[in-house]
Design a protein around this ligand. Structure first.
Ligand code: PMM
Length: 276
């Protein structure tokens, strides 16, 4: 899943794709690099970010969705607002990626229940202005999985089709660096929820901290190799998707992981598992 942020203030790509034509061209570039899905967003969720108005979000997102969906691409829209989701679906989007897991807008759960699209349920504990202070866990993997299970149950109880729900641990959303690493280490607990898993590690601060500690370049644009490494590892664990800013490296990483997994599966079916 390639990221198209139509925002002036995203932490990772600093408003580079804010102009509509540039955003559309960027989406096409990501598709050419091998993205299967484009995730279009009009609201930055970086820590401390202020909310954008509904009118502004609609104006940023809808024309870009329309243009990219018209050429047959699978479009996801990154929004916490049911009204933006509806307009985006109307414009041709097939997936709604809600980083709040349906908690930010009370109209989102009924919309998902009404059906017709895939929905990404992310782990979330509050908007950008409060999320840092809500990053407190006894045991992060168990708590995130339990909170996600609660969201899945609420959606299904409202009438949502479980087969259309994708889960995401929401790396960086009310999580510190250590929490993010523990969640990646505990992926099996997430996949055990029985839904496809999406991971958004791309260019995030915890990767910057890792690189900085090693004395490497650590600004967001220098985090793509580390992002591709995360992609290889999580793809080898069978996640459904990765949400990334730089697609080419992650496409290769997925190819590597797939080759490894098919060799492992062959070894299992031949009874060679564990032989040197
Ligand atoms: N992260 C960001 C935005 N949207 N969506 C999902 N499903 N998962 C994420 O981890 C996620 C997301 C923040 O990153 P950005 O500002 O670079 O887009």
């Amino acid at each position: 899943m390639g990221v198209v942020n139509v925002t002036p203030d995203s932490f990772s790509d600093g408003g580079q794709w804010f102009e509509q034509d540039v955003a559309i061209a960027h989406g096409r570039h990501l598709l050419a690099q091998g993205a299967d899905i484009l995730d279009i967003g009009g609201e930055s969720t970086r820590p401390g970010a202020e909310r954008v108005s509904l009118a502004e979000e609609l104006q940023r997102v809808v024309p870009v969705v329309e243009a990219l969906a018209a050429s047959g691409s699978v479009i996801s829209v990154d929004t916490m607002r049911a009204e933006v989701a509806e307009a985006a679906l109307e414009a041709g989007a097939e997936i709604i990626n809600d980083v709040s897991g349906g908690l930010a807008d009370p109209r989102m759960v009924p919309l998902v229940a009404a059906g017709g699209f895939r929905y990404v349920v992310s782990h979330w504990r509050g908007h950008a202005d409060v999320m840092a202070e809500r990053a407190g866990y006894g045991e992060v993997v168990g708590e995130v999985v339990a909170e996600l299970r609660g969201r899945l149950e609420a959606l299904v109880a409202a009438g949502a089709d479980p087969a259309r729900l994708i889960v995401d641990p929401g790396l960086g959303f009310a999580k510190n660096g250590a929490d993010n690493w523990r969640l990646l280490a505990g992926l099996d607990a997430l996949t055990a929820l029985g839904h496809p898993v999406l991971i958004g590690a791309s260019r995030k601060r915890f990767l910057g901290q890792l690189l900085e500690a090693a004395g490497a370049e650590s600004l967001p644009v220098f985090r793509d190799r580390a992002t591709a490494a995360v992609t290889a590892l999580v793809a080898a664990h069978g996640v459904w998707g990765v949400r990334v800013h730089e697609v080419a490296g992650s496409v290769d990483a997925v190819r590597v992981a797939q080759a490894l997994r098919s060799a492992q599966n062959e070894a299992i079916s031949d009874g060679r598992e564990g032989t040197p």
